[in-house]
Write a protein that binds this ligand. Sequence first.
Ligand SMILES: *Cc1c(COP(=O)(O)O)cnc(C)c1O
Length: 373
Amino acid sequence: MDIPFLQLNESNRPFRQEMTEAACRVIESGWYLNGPEKDRFERELAEFCHSTSAAVAVSNGLDALRLIFRALIETGRLRCGDEVIVPANTYIASILPVIEMGLKPVAVEPSEKDFNLDPVRIEEALTERTRAVLVVHLYGYPCWDAAIMQRLRDRGLLILEDNAQAIGAIASSEGFNGTAMTGNLGDAAAFSFYPTKNLGALGDAGAVITPHADIRDCVAALANYGSDRRYHNIYRGYNCRMDELQASFLRIKLRHLDAETAARNAIARIYDAAIKNPEVKRPTFFTDRTVVWHQYPIHTARRDELRKYLASRGIGTDIHYAAPPHLQPCMKGVFSEHLPITERLALQEISLPIANISPIQAETIATIINEFK
Ligand SMILES: *Cc1c(COP(=O)(O)O)cnc(C)c1O
């Protein structure tokens, strides 16, 4: 038996016909950038996320975050040297843009329940220079505590979201924009459509959603050389555009995203019911929120042994993430925080196959894990 961790060709096969037609339509149209597919995707993504203002389609998730932080500076909301609270337990792309824009990241430990920024610890990390909090909805778990977020907002802090892993997730309580949908809870959110994400393009793509019209306009201008209209540059901007081909593919897959989430949820439920090995800690199942299971993370003190054992039985796994951002060579001198929970999770995590596997395959994987001694 062979169950690879992830096979993107399998994920995209159901859309092959529709994508081929869309690609032909774009080729024939002669519009390859800044055209109707992007405009439509911006509206459809916003609608999916219950946002009343259109999204800005951009080049990738990292650029989405860079554009957000730069726009917060350009619109006078942030200044060089301001502190931004970030989760210690995240992918490095969440934190790189904070540093690039001259802001100071302050890393906060996760809750062991959902591996996300622990809201209680945010308040302990606040200083006079804290101006923003970046929540990352890691693994598809919404990271949101309405009472604490409201207190932070009352202190004048910006609440930002890295929604690269949680499109379609629903928090247990409403955000500030009249919806509990991740990507529309706070002041601005970044999305990634990297091919392995729940909504994956056939290349790089990303988006920004914000309820603030001035931030939206600024992000859109910055992504297009800083120009607000043709040959008129109000910012020293970038080229961070999403092309028409990717937009046309994403429009097709967005229509099937709810079915994708339901399929991931069904597999997660099978794992949850069937994995019984006492050496393995299963991820928490919540009844008051919708998790979109970007990953199905298990934790064990015998991580490398279990991975090897699974590989010998033909089961592919992955690690998210083998080393946290603060321990990366490029982050020397950036963080002085003591982060033992994050460091332990990084040694114990294994991601099981979750996308495009059958219920029977999930049962089989659980049985094999249960036989691990
Ligand atoms: C994938 C990812 C990013 C970066 O997105 P790209 O499209 O690859 O640039 C940022 N943050 C998180 C949490 C991610 O998972």
